[in-house]
Design a protein around this ligand. Structure first.
Ligand code: NDP
Length: 480
């Protein structure tokens, strides 16, 4: 059985307590590796290592940090096949998706922040002839990066790369559900020339090592991506400690299709938004709002396409939908489908588990599910399900669409489809959402800040915004 180790002070090490957790392949239901159930002693070692490395790393020229991040990106490329396979086995997503999207984005994150490190600038403001203000930006010291299971290495490196680029040392905690890619990645760090102690990776349970990282007084910022309830726990626990927080949380994102949309493109976009990564992306469109005059026709064509998606073995190149990430998550999504039925929803397709033949017979697969007949206020349309489940609803006009779209406590992302340019601008401005896609979905420019309104989070990640988050700003005012 393959073993996963922590990475502390430049070495792969077992947890001090010797305890391990099982790592399960969700496509087969089989335990395929074991990971550390890390605890306070492991964290103490990691924080001490970071503390020793901190000064040198903070003082290293930006070009040196950039060179190391670029070298790491090259090593990710060199090991892309192994990383994609590990991502596929850990998450249950199709291998071709991991290979085409997730792992290339890991390398892109590293390269983006390598380059950003050398372009980062600080501001200066002249007060006429009386004074000049300028801003010094200093690394925070040691920071915690906690990431979820849906895009494991992609989201972890989206935090690690800017934290390192800005000159911080990092304690990273990947999700216990999908630890393998972070472990393989940590084995590349020495080769890339990352000085020991600069990046430490601790595996284990969120409510144990995750909480210990959040509570540790030697860690001055937490960059977290995950569920809204966990984000609330982190905010509450750190309230009196005045740590810097970046919280990227859940969503209940609307896809809005107006009658004047290019129907083919809208169908493709809505389908991808609903079911990519088995619906397990924070940006997925789980509420499909369609203008009443085209509703029935659009609904029927959407359902036809959802039915045609091939659910099965993630290793097969023809698979569109792999497994959901775990047994617990499978139960959660199936319970949400049951609740939708209890609320009066009709299942237009899916709604049941799939048992593929062969090696995946014991895996956790759910057929893409479309539910109709629920109003915007019911739990199905209010709570994040985070699975291959979309609720479809008609709307009457623009105001009606915006009201329904804005009716949840979330505000992460929205996509709208229309060929009326003025309407696109109006609706984009009216949506309470950190990100609005117009006639597209999941297009991402890494320079743009991303994050949520309302309960979808606090702070923004992307571009220089994240480098600013990972630094302390000091204003120097010089009288002249
Ligand atoms: P969780 O909030 O359960 O977990 C996220 C991470 O936090 C994991 O590493 C987890 O560890 C850890 N964790 C859990 N509890 C605590 C705690 N009390 N203190 C510190 N760390 C903790 O989310 P999921 O992993 O289930 O991820 C899915 C969620 O992430 C969805 O809600 C999704 O919308 C959101 N998400 C948001 C994104 C955004 O950019 N806004 C992007 C992607 C996902 P462990 O897994 O080991 O328990």
């Amino acid at each position: 059985m393959e073993k996963i180790y922590n990475y502390i002070d430049g070495r792969t090490v077992a947890p001090v307590n010797g305890n391990e957790l099982d790592n399960v392949d969700p496509a087969t239901g089989a335990v395929y590796s074991q990971l550390p159930d890390s605890d306070a002693e492991d964290l103490a070692m990691a924080v001490a290592a970071a503390e020793s490395a901190r000064e040198n790393w903070a003082q290293a020229p930006a070009e040196e940090r950039a060179r190391i991040l670029n070298r790491l990106a090259d090593l990710v490329d060199d090991n892309a096949d192994d990383l994609a396979l590990a991502e596929c086995v850990d998450t249950g997503k199709p291998l071709h998706v991991a290979a085409r999207l997730d792992i290339p984005r890991v390398a892109a994150n590293l390269r983006f922040y390598a380059s950003a490190a050398t372009q980062f600038f600080s501001e200066s403001h002249a007060m006429g002839t009386s004074a000049i203000n300028y801003t010094l930006r200093e690394p925070l010291g040691t920071v915690g990066c906690i990431s979820p299971w849906n895009l494991p290495l992609y989201l972890l490196t989206w935090k690690i790369a800017p934290a390192l680029a800005a000159g911080n040392c990092v304690i990273a905690k990947p999700s216990e559900v999908t630890p393998m890619t972070a472990y393989l990645f940590s084995r590349l760090l020495n080769q890339a020339g990352v000085p020991k102690g600069v990046l430490n990776v601790l595996h284990g349970r969120g409510n144990r090592i995750g909480r210990l990282i959040v509570d540790h007084p030697g860690i001055s910022a937490i960059s977290f991506t995950g569920g809204t309830a966990t984000g609330a726990d982190i905010a509450a626990r750190t309230a009196g400690m005045f740590k810097k927080l970046s919280l990227e949380l859940g969503g209940k994102n609307p896809t809005i299709v107006f009658a004047d949309a290019d129907q083919e493109k809208a169908l493709d976009g809505a389908l991808r938004a609903a079911f990519s990564n088995q619906g397990q992306i924070c940006l997925c469109g789980s509420r499909l709002l369609v203008e009443r005059s085209i509703y029935e026709d659009f609904r029927d064509r959407f359902v036809e396409r959802a039915r045609a998606l091939i659910v099965g073995d993630p290793l097969e190149p023809g698979t569109d939908q792999g497994a959901v990430v775990s047994a617990a998550h499978f139960d959660k999504v199936m319970a949400a489908i049951g609740r939708a039925r209890n609320e009066g929803g009709q299942t237009l397709c899916g709604g049941e588990s799939v048992k593929p033949e062969g090696r995946c017979a014991n895996g956790w697969f759910i057929r893409p599910t479309v539910i109709e007949g629920l109003d915007a206020s019911c739990k199905t349309n209010q709570e994040e399900i985070f699975g291959p489940v979309v609720s479809i609803m008609p709307f009457d006009d623009e105001d009606d669409a915006v009201a329904a779209a804005n009716s949840t406590r979330y505000g992460l992302a929205a996509s709208l489809w229309s060929q009326d340019v003025s309407r696109c601008h109006r609706v984009a401005a009216a949506l309470q959402s950190g990100l609005v896609w117009v006639n597209c979905w999941m297009l991402r420019d890494l320079r743009t800040p991303m994050g949520g309104f309302k309960h979808s989070g606090v702070g923004r990640e992307g571009g220089f915004e994240t480098l600013r988050f990972f630094t302390e700003a000091k204003n120097v005012c010089i009288s002249i």
